[in-house]
Design a protein around this ligand. Structure first.
Ligand code: GLU
Length: 616
């Protein structure tokens, strides 16, 4: 139900650039990118995103009296400007919200949908083989109906106080006046240069003067400012039944390939696919973990069920008192077991009977946990369990096939809390960094390649595959926006980008924070490993250095990767203070902020800054 208030005064101040801070400064001239701060403690509301301009936009909304839903939408729209390769109105995402007035956690499913014309063989060639992944990404075929515009209006209508037009003002100003290019933006552009060159409107927009923009230059996106203005004035029906719907369909069916570039596959979207799109409410997943209530995103995301199942498995071990290596061994084994079940059972619930209650039951977790040998890693891949309600002693003997994940490493997560205690945990994406590479001509935003999250071809043709394409179906996601309550009150919220590693990043961060008693920032910064039921476990160099040899003795095999995830989170401290934390290093680091910062060091014994759980 809408709870609109008038924010005209405050928003006039915002659009006039009266408020100071990085956003206002950017408009002036080229210079160094705004400072990033990974930790902020204070009151009046908190925002943590990957980007200082987006965090500033969210904080400005909170300072002007907006709530967590308003600030989350405003910050997400700003990320559409400054992180256009990860987020924007051409993509989708999942919005998890704690409403302090009702004490209820709700979710909005803004996942993209497949066209009605898409069948199970959509990503197979004439011989029945899976298409090369890049060929599928850089095509109209991979573009699903965007869910983000509908998510924003649904979030504002259900929980917010601002109109869409009001919530978009900060982003409009950012797109119009521009932002200072940082190394992450330059590098992501450079990494995508070949893809962007394939599509004329993308090359024009993101390769100004024919090359990635320089660090320190101002990047403007007037087309996106105009598109946001249009949405502000006319509403998001424009995307689903109006002129933008028409343009999206035309672009997908006939991608704007640049002169001299090879043709790409055209897409199957029709006007009906956009017209029938909804972003439904879904009951959040819930597990009790050591007396805390952990809420997450249900199918079509596998985030809530997989994080939840792994937590239930880990709850059976004394994770606080084990050595680092013994705790990490159990974390890796629980991840493998939960991923086996995710791969076997989770898909769009409108198409697949997902045994969600069983996957999240303590009894099933007990059966899965008994497979874990404290002294020896299980051979990977492990077989899926049988979540049928009939559990007994450790089952054995089934065979298993590793499923190759095709999710990208893009995406962005933002976490917002307001002074009333409302919390938004919101992960959004256009799938790969740079999505399909296709910009809607003259509109300033990239279209997603989310449909490559479908399984192109079942790994084991003798078993049911829950994530094959189908008409109107939502591809399975790994996005894991999470909110944790303690005795009905919010304790912390977090999420991360990173494709299927999102799940392990959120899981490992929760274990670090809740069981290993790290501060939220340390929990986010700690070296990571990600075991997704593959023969090898991905691990960062710092993880391998510290724990690799001891875990290898237990039978774990590692594949080194540069970095995994880039989380953001917010924690509620005693006395009404909030702690915002963002990734300090990975992907160039994120940006945490609060409306009124308090001085003090959380490690220096100030009781106001002592966390409610653990030693911090
Ligand atoms: N498409 C992925 C998912 O929904 C996220 C993409 C990414 O993080 O790179 O799980």
């Amino acid at each position: 139900m809408p709870r609109r208030r008038t924010f005209l005064l405050a928003l006039t101040a915002l659009t006039a650039g009266v408020l100071t801070g990085p956003t206002a400064a950017n408009a002036a001239a080229a210079g160094p990118p705004p400072e990033k701060q990974p930790l902020a403690i204070g009151s009046g509301g908190a925002v943590a995103t990957v980007d200082p301009d987006a965090t500033r936009v969210g904080l400005d909304v909170l300072a002007a009296g907006g709530n967590a839903a308003d600030a989350a939408v405003a910050a997400a729209a700003a990320l559409g400007v400054t992180e256009p390769y990860s987020a924007g109105i051409g993509g989708g995402g999942f919005f998890v919200y704690y409403d302090a007035a009702t004490g209820k956690v709700s979710t909005i499913d803004g996942r993209e949908t497949a066209p009605l014309a898409m069948g199970a063989d959509a990503f197979l060639d004439a011989h029945g083989n899976a298409l090369p992944f890049e060929e599928a990404v850089e095509s109209g075929l991979s573009v699903g109906t965007p869910g983000t515009p509908r998510t924003w209006t649904r979030a504002l209508d259900e929980f917010g106080t601002l109109s869409l037009g009001q919530a978009l003002q900060g982003a409009i100003r950012l797109a119009d006046k521009g932002f200072v290019v940082d190394e992450t933006f330059r590098q992501q552009t450079a990494d995508n240069e070949a893809k962007f060159r394939r599509f004329a409107p993308t090359a024009d927009l993101f390769l100004p003067g024919g090359a990635p923009p320089e660090v320190g230059s101002i990047f403007r996106n007037p087309d996106l400012a105009d598109t946001y203005e249009l949405l502000a004035a006319k509403g998001v029906d424009l995307v689903y039944t109006g002129e933008l719907a028409h343009e999206i369909v035309t672009t997908v069916q006939d991608p704007p390939v640049a002169a001299g570039q090879p043709e790409v596959r055209s897409g199957l979207l029709e006007p009906v696919d956009l017209a029938r799109y909804t972003a439904p409410d879904r009951e959040p997943t819930h597990v009790d973990y050591r007396g805390l209530d952990v809420y997450g995103m249900p199918p079509p995301s596998s985030g809530g069920s997989t994080v939840g199942e792994a937590l239930n498995i880990l709850e059976r071990f004394p994770m606080s008192s084990l050595s680092d290596v013994a705790a990490l061994h159990r974390y890796l084994e629980a991840s493998a077991l939960a991923f086996a079940d995710r791969n076997a059972y989770v898909g769009d619930p409108a198409y697949v009977q997902v045994p969600l209650a069983e996957l999240l039951s303590d009894e099933f977790a007990a059966e899965r946990a008994c497979a874990i040998d404290p002294d020896m890693a299980l051979p990977k891949p492990v077989p899926a369990g049988v979540p049928d309600g009939d559990y007994g002693p450790c089952p054995s003997g089934a065979s298993a096939t590793a499923a190759k994940g095709t999710e990208g490493l893009s995406t962005t997560h933002l976490t917002v809390a307001d002074k009333a205690g409302d919390v938004a945990s919101y992960t959004l994406t256009i799938e790969q960094t740079g999505g399909s590479g296709i910009t809607v001509p003259g509109r300033g935003f990239l279209l997603n390649n989310e449909l490559t999250d479908f399984t192109f071809k079942a790994a084991d043709l003798t078993k049911p595959e829950p994530n094959l394409p189908a008409p109107g179906k939502r591809p399975r996601s790994s996005m894991s926006p999470t909110i944790v309550l303690n005795d009905g009150a919010p304790l912390l919220a977090l999420g991360s980008p990173g494709g299927a590693t999102i799940i392990t990043t959120v899981l490992q961060t929760l274990v670090n924070r809740i069981d290993r008693h790290m501060s939220l920032l340390d929990a986010i910064a700690a070296p990571r490993a990600s075991q997704r039921n593959n023969p090898t476990t991905d691990a960062e160099p710092a993880f391998l250095k510290k724990y690799g040899p001891a875990l290898e003795k237990l039978g774990h095999e590692f594949a080194p990767v540069d970095e995994i995830g880039a989380a953001t989170g917010v924690e509620f401290l005693p006395g009404g203070l909030l702690l915002a934390a963002a990734e300090p290093e990975r992907r160039g680091g994120g940006s945490a902020g609060v409306v009124h910062e308090v001085a003090g060091n959380p490690d220096a014994g100030d009781p106001r800054l002592a966390p409610r759980i653990g030693n911090g």
